[in-house]
Design a protein around this ligand. Structure first.
Ligand code: SAM
Length: 330
């Protein structure tokens, strides 16, 4: 069958959309949202019907993968019903979720039953007290229960996302990597990015992918390279005899923009061709004034055509993208 393709101005094929279903979050991670952040009113956020209509158009353009994120997606009620609706769309092959895991234990079975295929859980520390310091909430045990529940529900692998910040949690690299020896976990270390105008990011806090790998190898021995799925931002490695994998997402020091295959939709309905650029396109207004599929598709094509070749940020960057991560969807 003829498969449509959505191509940007740099010959990259876009096949993946990350949709923020809410900008609310049940954590207050210091590096992610400012204490003064006010989430949008309910009516400003795309409804499930609007998300479904949009995805139906995106599929006709060649998008076949959807990730739901936020804010914290599990704070939005009945997320399983959205998954059920999206999975029924012909052409959607994969629905995944990024969550902080706090509310996961209660919902994981219904999410799996609805058709969720893959799950990433964010966890920056293995120490309960430090967790409370970083996130502003004392919920470590709930996240641990969420991770256990994800395994029990049959997700394999379960992926853990760890944002590495010098002086905050970089002393835990080896402990995180050690988890992969016994468990089919993918522990993915993410370089700290300058997102959100109020973020206290500084280049000195970025621990590069190269340093992360070196410190893990010093602690646990040689890392073997593992082949990665095309388009994945993570470079993957394995410790000898490990059941799991170690991933490095070096968005700052070795950006992977040349293979970028994704676009984002913010909780308030803006299409964002690049996470780290503030260019946005107002898709919500089109959806709300009843625009037809062709008009919506035109806007998506225009947005994708102008996708920048690379984000241009470095560890010495001054420029930060203005939006908070919670509203974009990481
Ligand atoms: N609430 C969900 C969660 O915690 O996974 C989904 C949204 S959260 C914004 C998505 C991911 O973005 C999390 O893994 C978070 O740690 C990451 N993140 C937030 N701010 C970041 C930053 N400045 N640099 C790198 N990753 C960041």
């Amino acid at each position: 069958m003829f498969k449509p393709t959505l191509q940007d101005g740099h010959n990259r094929r876009v096949s993946y959309v990350r949709i923020s279903v809410t900008d609310r979050c049940n954590l207050r991670c210091r590096y992610c949202s400012s204490p003064a952040f006010n989430s949008h009113f309910r009516e400003e956020i795309l409804s499930y019907e609007e998300i479904e209509r949009l995805v139906r158009v995106l599929v006709t353009l060649g998008i076949d993968k959807v990730r739901l994120t936020g804010g914290e997606p599990l704070t939005r009620r009945h997320l399983d019903t959205l998954i059920r609706r999206l999975i029924l769309i012909e052409g959607i092959n994969d629905i995944s979720l990024t969550t902080n895991g706090v509310a996961l234990a209660d919902q994981v079975e219904s999410l799996r039953a609805a058709g969720l295929k893959r799950i990433n859980i964010s966890l920056d520390t293995l120490k309960p007290e430090r967790f409370a310091e970083i996130t502003g909430r004392d919920c470590f045990d709930q996240v641990r229960a969420g991770i256990e529940a994800a395994f029990k529900a049959g997700f394999s692998p379960v992926k853990l996302n760890v944002v590495v910040m010098r002086g905050v949690n970089d002393d835990e690299l080896v402990e995180f990597a050690r988890l992969t020896l016994k468990l089919p976990l993918h522990v993915r270390f993410i370089e700290y990015m300058p997102i959100g105008s109020s973020s206290s990011w500084s280049g000195g806090q970025v621990v590069t992918g190269a340093e992360i790998l070196q410190r893990i190898a010093e602690g646990l021995g040689r890392l073997e390279t593992v082949t990665t799925t095309p388009g994945s931002p993570a470079r993957l490695y394995r410790l000898a005899a490990a059941r799991g994998r170690i991933g490095v997402i070096a968005a700052m020091s070795e950006h992977f923009c040349a293979s970028c295959n994704r676009i984002r939709v913010t909780a308030d309905g803006r299409l964002r061709p690049c996470l780290l650029s503030d260019d946005e396109f107002d898709i919500k207004s089109l959806l709300r004034r009843g625009a037809g599929p062709e008009e919506i598709a035109d806007l998506v094509r225009r947005a994708v055509a102008g996708k920048s070749a690379a984000h241009g940020l470095t560890c010495n960057a001054e420029r930060k993208c203005a939006r908070q991560m919670a509203t974009i969807g990481g």
